[in-house]
Design a protein around this ligand. Structure first.
Ligand code: F6P
Length: 364
């Protein structure tokens, strides 16, 4: 029997369970593979007692429709940064990768499939360089990985954000208000841009196109005087004004800086008022609603394809690679390349041109 370990790392994302189910189902078609799951990313392997559970057809039955991950996930711990408490009570981290690799090899694990975003895939690459047979599966609602055209979870997040715009339009119209809805995406504007186009927002603010507050106020005032009397803004959490003003920021492991959720919608509201916008404004942060709940059909299909592909890569001993969706094909790319470029919206792209073409302003 060949043993395979599966785990989910980083933030959760609709479609994770569909990937796990596809891996297990494909593995069970072969008689010589047995799949195990590590609870909370690699922490299930690192902590005592270990939390490594067998995954069978029965365990994964029907889970493809569920949000979250049956294996649970975390952004803390891991083989390279295991938390250790010092004698004085302070915390430090320790590299336990060698010990973990030795354990997995001793236990006869042939391969490890790591389902995660860019941070997780950097860990996959580092472990692969140390001799562990790693396969990556990309996940993120942000769609900010450059080596795959789409990640599962993204379309579900867009659906939820679009529903948000649809709902805010009717209340904005009833009250003659300006509604500002903040969506996720880290430093990429994919969710905001898609939701703005799909929902028909008047303004879309994304990190890739810094906005000018005075131009924005002028544009909104024109809309009000033209008789519309209400407006909707979709703002990505990483959006910033041209003058560079930012709210509280946190760094992430990519070196990019993230605006704290809930920051930019309120910041924009204050900026608009300060710049002379006189109408009623309400702010709304969609937050983790975008990551919860069941995946839409598109994401279930993509996630299922990713799972089957990852299992087939394990059977073919194709290690050090990450599954990818490129030009309508499910393929794979070297892990090393998978996270090398951060995928942001191209301001010259046809989607941005389309948004402008239907009158959406980027405030630039
Ligand atoms: O990367 C996914 C994501 O949801 C981002 O869009 C967001 O910035 C971040 O994770 C939120 O992280 P947390 O769940 O740790 O607050």
């Amino acid at each position: 029997m060949k043993k395979l370990l599966v785990l989910t790392g980083g933030g959760d994302c609709p479609g994770l369970n569909a990937v796990i189910r596809a891996i297990v189902k494909r593995a069970e078609q072969e008689n010589d593979w047995q799949v195990f799951g590590s609870i909370e990313a690699f922490n299930g392997v690192l902590r005592e007692p270990k939390e490594i559970i067998p995954l069978t057809n029965r365990t994964v039955s029907g889970i493809h429709v569920k949000g979250g991950t049956i294996l649970q996930t975390t952004t803390k711990g891991g083989p390279f940064t295991w938390p250790v408490q010092n004698d004085d009570g302070s915390w430090t981290t320790e590299d336990r990768s060698d010990e973990m690799i030795d354990f997995l090899k001793k236990e006869g694990f042939e391969a490890v499939i790591n389902i995660g975003g860019d941070g997780s895939q950097r860990i996959s690459q580092a472990l692969y360089e140390k001799g562990l047979n790693m396969i990556g599966v990309p996940k993120t609602i942000d769609n900010d990985l450059s080596s795959t055209d789409y990640t599962f979870g993204f379309q579900t997040a867009v659906e939820i954000a679009t529903d948000g715009v649809d709902k805010l339009v009717t209340t904005a119209e009833s009250h003659h208000r300006l509604m500002i809805m903040e969506v996720m995406g880290r430093n990429a504007g994919w969710i905001a841009l898609h939701a703005a186009v799909a929902g028909g927002a008047e303004v879309c603010l994304i990190p890739e196109i810094p906005y000018d507050i005075d131009k924005l106020v002028k544009r909104l005032n024109q809309r009000y005087t033209a008789g519309k009397g209400f407006a909707n803004i979709v703002i990505a959490e990483g959006a910033k004004p041209k003058d560079g003003t930012v709210v509280s920021r946190k760094s992430d492991e990519t070196g990019y800086q993230n605006v704290r959720l809930g920051g930019v919608a309120y910041q924009l509201s204050e900026q608009l008022k300060a710049a002379g916008f006189k109408h009623d404004i309400r702010e709304m942060v969609l937050g983790h609603l975008q990551r919860g709940g069941k995946p839409i059909a598109y994401d279930r299909v993509l996630a299922t394809q990713f799972g089957v592909k990852a299992m087939e890569m394990a059977m073919a001993s194709k290690f050090g690679e990450m599954v990818a969706y490129v030009d309508n094909e499910i393929t794979s790319v070297p892990l090393k390349e998978a996270t090398s470029i951060y995928n942001q919206v191209d301001p010259q792209s046809f989607l941005v041109q389309t948004a402008r073409g239907v009158g959406i302003s980027f405030g630039d």
